[in-house]
Design a protein around this ligand. Structure first.
Ligand code: THU
Length: 138
């Protein structure tokens, strides 16, 4: 069951374009002096908010925060809830497949109808992380 009480937002061409622009705007603010690989992530929440984040690297490389981590931080800082549609971009603005760790992170906070824009088109959470480990395993 979804956490939101109303109907879920529609995700059509205009919504994907809004997400792509939010992801690009976040990517432009990335702090990636080591890899020079800027990433932006944006998502539409089930209650219609847009949250975004960029990657933030660190001189201690392993401390790097992926764009998705900071986006999930904004999700909770702005009221929590579940993600409904997700778009991640590289510095050229092209769709980027989230890394494995971030697929796990997204899985935890995805609503049941979550979709992701990927280099292979629109995919479900189950397609990008089949048989995900989750709260049901604990
Ligand atoms: N990165 C992300 O922000 N998200 C991903 O899903 C893949 C990788 C970042 C981490 C690092 O700052 C840079 O991309 C190169 O790995």
């Amino acid at each position: 069951m979804n956490e939101s009480s109303g109907a879920l937002p529609v995700v059509g061409e205009p919504e994907w374009e809004t997400l792509r622009m939010a992801a690009v705007a976040a990517m432009e603010r990335a702090y990636a002096p080591y890899s020079k690989f800027k990433v932006g992530a944006a998502a539409l929440t089930e209650d219609g908010r847009i949250v975004s984040g960029c990657n933030v690297e660190n001189a201690a490389y392993g401390v790097t925060l992926c764009a998705e981590c900071n986006m999930v931080g904004e999700l909770f800082a702005t009221g929590g809830g579940k993600l409904h549609a997700f778009y991640c971009v590289d510095s050229s603005g092209a769709a980027l497949m989230p890394c494995g760790r971030c697929r796990q992170l997204l899985s935890e906070h995805s609503g049941s109808d979550m979709v992701l824009m990927t280099p292979h088109g629109i995919q479900t959470m189950e397609q990008v992380l089949p048989d995900a480990f989750g709260p049901h395993n604990l």
